[in-house]
Design a protein around this ligand. Structure first.
Ligand SMILES: [Zn+2]
Length: 395
């Protein structure tokens, strides 16, 4: 029996899904890094429409975090568009102050700053904080916890929390601290991976130890209401395999909140799990010299779920320079900067590229693949997967 992080009720269900031998860290590491694997038990609270796992990470896990998706053009465009949407949605003036919790290397704060709004970042990773300070963003290198609150203002107009909430274990402490830095008119803008995409697209690799929560609109609403915030609006967004972006404030409203999935989707998801691995492996191992694009968490989780190693996969490409020369924690597949792709492909007779970073497939295609004679496949979902050649389907 597990206790729901939102409603605190014990769930009487057996595990919703039980994934064996998942590495604790889904980050790229040095070649000599010794990976620890554990079984991942995913629980479900029916009352909250919420999936969750127990926290197995230690308190300092994010101190030397490297993962930031904010390097590609797609991501920068997304963040620019994000700031424009927020500014359009709420009448913002230049006296407004914003706070981003989990601000990574500062791109979003900078995008707001460039539009005349003062934004401060909070980021636990030392490396990412330094990058953020370098580009001129006021950044606290800290977790968003009791120790930091006295150093922050108590009246931010906007608090942005993108792809952070799913990493939080203690919601009570987190939201009580949010209340300490907000006022009655504060808008809270939250983006998290959406459970509907995970279920509908059969993203078994969407579950990993860093993500403690898998949110529906319903569960987000129940959680936020506890602390006096209400969802005023929401939209679906592209990042991280499919996300939900919610706009909340302390103003009650009767916005209709509708999730895009139902009980059948939970059943289908569970039902197809056993055949997923063999289908995927059969698909990938048809090739002699395959490579993968994308060294993010979903990608690394999928690689270890499939037990892929440097014996089957020549390398992984990614354009995030933080990953250059590092390896997958399991299977020790080397990560090479995507700028070297053309050379590598020709030299090593690469015969297929599997794009695991499916949210960015269009950008990856136009930047790296459009002028190469190579088969590639975008991996969102094994049922939908096909091969393409020069942008054309090649079944
Ligand atoms: Zn619950």
């Amino acid at each position: 029996m597990e206790v729901c992080r939102i409603c605190k009720n014990r769930t009487n269900e057996e595990a919703f899904l039980f994934l064996k031998n998942i590495p604790i860290s889904s980050e790229a590491k040095n070649e000599n890094f010794k990976s620890t694997v554990k079984d991942l038990r995913i629980n479900r609270c029916i009352k909250c429409n919420y999936l969750f796992i127990d926290n197995q990470l230690n308190d300092t896990y994010y101190d030397d975090y490297l993962y930031t998706p904010q390097v590609s053009k797609d991501v920068k465009d997304y963040l620019n568009n994000f700031t424009s949407k927020v500014i359009k949605k709420f009448p913002i003036n230049s006296t407004y102050k914003g706070l981003e919790i989990g601000s990574g290397e500062g791109s979003l704060c900078l995008a707001f700053k460039e539009k005349g709004i003062d934004f401060t970042g909070v980021e636990p990773s030392e490396h990412l904080s330094k990058e953020s300070i370098k580009i001129g963003v006021k950044t606290f290198n800290s977790y968003f916890g009791d120790g930091l609150i006295s150093e922050l203002n108590s009246d931010y107009d906007f608090i942005v929390i993108r792809h952070v909430l799913e990493h939080i274990d203690d919601f009570e402490n987190f939201f009580l601290n949010i209340l300490k830095v907000s006022k009655d008119s504060t808008k809270l803008i939250i983006e998290v991976p959406y459970l509907g995409n995970i279920l509908k697209e059969k993203q078994y690799y969407g579950f990993f130890f860093e993500h403690l929560s898998y949110f529906s609109i319903e569960s987000l609403s129940i959680l936020l209401n506890k602390y006096g915030f209400y969802i005023n609006d929401y939209e679906f967004a592209n990042p991280e395999g499919g996300s939900i972006l919610i706009y909340t404030s302390k103003k009650k409203n009767d916005k209709l909140l509708i999730d895009t999935f139902n009980e059948n989707d939970f059943n289908d998801f569970k039902g197809d799990f056993t055949s997923f691995k063999s289908k995927f492996l059969e698909f990938i191992l048809k090739f002699k010299h395959p490579v993968i694009y994308g060294a993010g968490q979903r990608s690394l989780t999928l690689i270890s779920m499939l037990n892929l190693s440097n014996k089957e996969i020549l390398c992984i490409f990614d354009e995030n320079t933080n990953f250059d020369g590092l390896y997958t924690p399991e299977g020790k597949i080397k990560i090479i900067n995507a700028s070297n792709m053309e050379n590598f492909v020709n030299k090593n007779k690469v015969d297929a590229i599997f794009i695991f970073a499916s949210s960015y497939d269009k950008e990856i295609y136009s930047k790296y693949l459009s002028n190469q004679n190579i088969m590639y496949s975008i991996i969102p979902n094994i049922e939908k997967t096909s091969f393409k050649y020069k942008g054309i389907n090649n079944e």
